[in-house]
Each structure stands twice: as structure tokens, then as C-alpha cells.
Write a protein that binds this ligand. Structure first.
Ligand code: ZN
Ligand code: ZN
Length: 535
């Protein structure tokens, strides 16, 4: 079983899976790990026959605290206001800052095969009055809330402190107000110039009835209230929230002790590190979610998250490496295994589930999808760089019959990914220039046994010529072995003869991408002994 099937096997009855996010700015690709995990858990629960609802929420009444994303004249006015009330910094494409950044993030979900049954926005929920009972309970049990903060998080609030953020009647800020003196109907509010360092309150004081959208609960309480309001049974969260005394611990304790409800099952997940850097929302580094998804297609991006257990850090370093081609290769290997073909190497536990959960369509015919013809990414990267090659024709010839519609579509997706990879990430060795004008001068370095190998390989190519990359690769190994040459020296000979350099991409696929006559002529030229050539 894979990790999601394990989780699904542990629970019974109807399930509500939830996640929510504060839309404070640009979101990075690592933030997609949560939504993919949520979706995979939902699929696993449904596969077990459990009635399951997937919710995704936006905590958009949280205060604006990211100054870097505001224009200088907007900082004084907007810092501390609810994100839902801050204008879209990119003009009028969305009704608010929150809708802009949450919208960009959520818009990537459908393309990744993630389809929550319901999205909710806290700025919509509070005005309906649905949060009012939780606000009332929190105020009535304020002493318990303060005690939970003291015990769980070692945070001491003064005795008059109330767990409530009121929106200032005058300046509209929520991050600058402090509430006290709950009398059963209203609270005393002060909007303080110096309550926080990142926003300045206007100094207003007065009494406010904190219901119907006039106020919100602090985040730990809001989170716990969401669990009660929506009946959440499973909520995974990022490792950063799962520290001892951290957000999740606080919300779990508040759920139990203030709202009298057992918190949902937790399933903390680790970060995605891109090139050794932790990818998170607020750090402002790394590729934004909507740009890296343009390089790694959705299925392979899901696969990147699904194949690792949530509790393990994913280290992914695409810059100048083969990480992206290897991701495709592993995806293809699990597809082949799922289709019942023999594959090299050990298979991960639950490999069929991993493949199934990587597919965009939860209802896909898994066997048929697994069985589809998939040209290797590295092979396509080569073909794409050889001038005059009709890649579709080549791939069709390698398959031996016309591509299905799905295979054609998948080929298009792969070629787009190949093009962007070559442009943005590919290592120098993957970039290819076939030295067509004649045997490269670098090939003078060839040793006699390498030349003998080239001659013998030319003979093989003349006879029962290999056609596919695999066949060429097998022929290279077999001829090299026959000449007592190790594989590295054999490949080296081919790279020198065709590329004028000592290393290169997979040689079998390189030769398969070239016309047979050219390959034979070049092997013959390379095979001519240095002495003979100059004699
Ligand atoms: Zn916008
Ligand atoms: Zn104010």
C-alpha cells in the first residue's frame, strides 16, 4: 500500500477533508504539495467506498502584513487591513488582494486534477453569521483560551485580553485593534498606533458588537472553529505548523477545550526543497507555482509529490541537472510496471497506487493509461535537437503503429516540456550539436581499441541495423564487450566521433536519431586507424 491507502484504511464513516490558506502573496511550487496530498487522500478514501467531501478555504480576513507587495503610497493605508479589503495590487483584475493571489493559486488546481467539492472564503462566511456562535463561545471562555495559550505555547496574554480581532470602524484595520470587556453583547475596542510594528492604528476607541462580519477570531481559534463548522475529520498541514506548541497544537487544544470537539486527524507533510532551498509562501524565493507548472507537466508534478511519503522532505534540483528527465523516467517505469511489463530495479511499495494517484483524471482507465506508449524524455530531448527530424514520425516508427489520440496529446505535452527544459534547466551535456561537417578533430584522441570498436559497430549497422534507441544501446554494449572495451570507453568513442566531445546524452538514442548512412560513414571514418589515415 502507498501512504494514502494506509491512511484511508485507518478511518471509517463519512469524511470531510479540509485545507485553508492565507493569501498573503505569491505562492511557490512547494505550496502545491498540500493540495495534491489532500486530493490523493480524498481519492484513496473514495476508493475505499467512504463518502468524502473535499473543502478548500481562503482565510482572507487575515490582516495584510506583507509590505513588500504594496506600492509605497499604499503601505500606510493598507497594512493591517483584512486581505479581502485590500485592493488588487495588479490593477482591477480581481476585486481584492486576497482574490488576486488566492485566485492565481487556486486556478492551478483544476489543471492538476484537484477539484475541491467546495471553496469557501472567510470574508463570505463571517457576514452570514455562521461564525457568531464560535465568537460568542470564545469570548465566554476567554479565560480558557488564555490558559491554553499559556500552557501549550507559553504565550501570556493579559487578563483583559480577548480572543478577537475587530475591524476598526474608522480606518478598517484589523491588525491594530485590541478588544476587551465583553459584556455579553459588545466589546470595548481600541485601534492602537503602536500595537504592532508593521501597521499603525488610527487611535479610535468605542464599543462594537463583534458579530456578522464586524470581527474575526484569531487564526488558531478560526481554524478550530472551521473544523466544527464544516465537520472536518482529516486535515493535513505543513510541517511548519506542526511544531511543538505551534499552530496545530494550539488549535487542537482550543478545539477540545473551547469548542468541545475532537480535532481532525492530522497528517503533517514536509517541504519541497528546490535546489536545497526550502520552498514556502513567504520566503519570496524560487519559482512561483504558476511558472514551474509550465515546465513540469501536471501528471509529473503530481507524481513528484505522490511518490514520496508526506513526512519526507522532497529534494528536487532541476537547475543544470537531469532531475526533470529522471522524474519522467521514473513515472514511465511505474507506468510500465502497472501495465504488467517487466521493469528494472526495485519498485516502491504501492507503486500502482502511486501511478494511479498521479493521473489527472480520478476516473481514468488505469490499465489502458499505464499501457500507453511513452517515449523517454531524454530521447525526445535529443530528437528535438537533431535538425530535420520529424519527431512524431520517429516516435510512431518506434512504437510500430500509429499513436492513439491520448499518446499524441501526451507527446505534445512532453515536447513542450522538453523545449522549456532545454531552455531553462538542461545541463550543458544535454545540449547537442552533431558535427556534420566531418570527423571532429577531437576524434584523433581515439585509442586503437576504440577505433576497432567503431569499425565493428559500423559492420553491425550495415547488417541487421538497430532501429530504436534500446536496440542501438544493446548493440553498443554487445560490440564493446566483444572487443574487451568497457562501456565508458565505448560511449566516449561515439561522443568524440559524433559530437567532438568526451561525454554526451545516451549514445544509443543519439545514434537512433541520426540517418543510418551517416552513422555508418562516421563510424568508418572514426575506425580508420590514425596511422592509416595519415599514411
Ligand atoms: Zn488580480
Ligand atoms: Zn483604526
Amino acid at each position: 500500500m502507498d501512504w494514502a491507502d494506509e491512511l484511508a484504511a485507518r478511518v471509517e464513516g463519512p469524511q470531510v477533508v479540509n485545507d485553508s490558506k492565507t493569501p498573503s502573496g505569491t505562492v511557490h511550487v512547494g505550496s502545491l504539495r498540500g493540495p495534491v496530498i489532500l486530493d490523493v487522500i480524498t481519492r484513496a478514501l473514495r476508493a475505499r467506498g467512504l463518502d468524502t467531501t473535499l473543502l478548500y478555504g481562503v482565510d482572507d480576513l487575515d490582516p495584510m502584513d506583507a509590505q513588500a507587495l504594496l506600492s509605497p503610497d499604499a503601505i500606510e493605508r493598507e497594512m493591517g487591513r483584512p486581505l479581502a479589503h485590500v485592493p488588487d495590487p495588479h490593477g482591477d483584475c480581481h476585486v481584492s488582494y486576497a482574490r488576486h493571489f488566492a485566485g492565481i493559486f487556486i486556478d492551478t488546481f483544476a489543471g492538476l486534477g484537484i477539484h475541491p467539492d467546495r471553496y469557501y472564503w472567510m470574508s463570505d462566511i463571517y457576514p452570514t453569521g455562521q461564525m457568531d456562535p464560535f465568537i460568542r463561545t470564545a469570548l465566554e471562555r476567554a479565560e480558557t483560551v488564555r490558559e491554553v495559550y499559556r500552557r501549550v505555547a507559553n504565550v501570556r496574554h493579559p487578563d483583559h485580553w480577548l480572543p478577537l480581532g475587530v475591524i476598526c470602524r474608522t480606518c478598517g484595520k484589523i491588525g491594530t485593534t485590541i478588544a476587551s470587556d465583553w459584556d455579553g453583547e459588545t466589546v470595548a475596542v481600541a485601534c492602537k498606533p503602536d500595537l504592532v510594528t508593521w501597521a499603525t492604528g488610527c487611535g479610535w476607541t468605542g464599543r462594537v458588537a463583534p458579530f456578522g462580519g464586524a470581527a474575526k477570531l484569531p487564526w488558531n481559534l478560526e481554524w478550530a472553529a472551521q473544523w466544527s463548522l464544516f465537520g472536518v475529520t482529516i486535515e493535513p498541514n505543513g510541517k511548519d505548523l506542526a511544531t511543538a506548541g505551534g499552530s496545530r497544537d494550539r488549535s487542537d487544544a482550543i478545539s477540545r477545550e473551547v469548542f468541545d470537539r475532537e480535532p481532525p486527524l492530522n497528517f503533517p507533510y514536509e517541504f519541497l526543497n528546490i535546489g536545497g532551498k526550502k520552498m514556502s509562501t513567504s520566503k519570496g524565493r524560487g519559482a512561483a507555482a504558476h511558472t514551474i507548472t509550465a515546465v513540469i507537466p501536471p501528471e509529473q508534478l503530481r507524481f513528484l509529490f505522490v511518490r514520496s511519503r508526506p513526512e519526507s522532505v522532497i529534494e528536487f534540483d532541476p537547475e543544470g541537472t537531469d532531475a526533470i528527465p529522471r522524474l519522467f523516467d521514473e513515472f514511465d517505469r511505474l507506468a510500465a510496471a502497472t501495465a504488467g511489463r517487466e521493469v528494472r530495479g526495485e519498485l516502491p511499495s504501492g507503486h500502482e497506487s502511486i501511478f494511479r494517484y498521479s493521473l489527472l483524471d480520478a476516473g481514468a482507465d488505469v490499465a489502458a493509461t499505464a499501457d500507453a506508449f511513452r517515449p523517454a524524455f531524454g530521447h525526445l530531448a535529443l530528437l528535438a535537437q537533431v535538425p530535420g527530424v520529424d519527431v512524431t514520425e520517429r516516435v510512431t516508427a518506434e512504437k510500430g503503429e500509429p499513436l492513439t489520440d491520448t499518446e499524441s496529446a501526451d507527446l505534445g505535452v512532453r515536447l513542450a516540456s522538453v523545449a522549456r527544459w532545454l531552455e531553462a534547466y538542461a545541463p550543458e551535456r544535454a545540449r547537442l550539436e552533431i558535427r556534420r561537417d566531418g570527423l571532429p578533430v577531437e576524434a584523433e584522441l581515439l585509442r586503437p581499441e576504440q577505433r576497432a570498436f567503431a569499425r565493428a559497430l559500423a559492420e553491425v549497422a550495415r547488417g541487421d541495423a538497430p532501429a530504436t534507441g534500446e536496440q542501438w544501446q544493446a548493440a553498443i554494449f554487445s560490440v564493446a564487450t566483444g572487443h574487451g572495451l568497457d562501456a565508458k570507453a565505448a560511449f566516449n568513442a561515439l561522443y568524440l566521433a559524433f559530437l567532438g566531445r568526451a561525454n554526451g546524452p545516451r549514445a544509443g538514442w543519439l545514434l537512433a536519431s541520426l540517418e543510418r548512412d551517416f552513422v555508418i560513414a562516421r563510424l568508418v571514418a572514426a575506425g580508420a586507424a590514425a596511422g592509416e589515415a595519415t599514411a
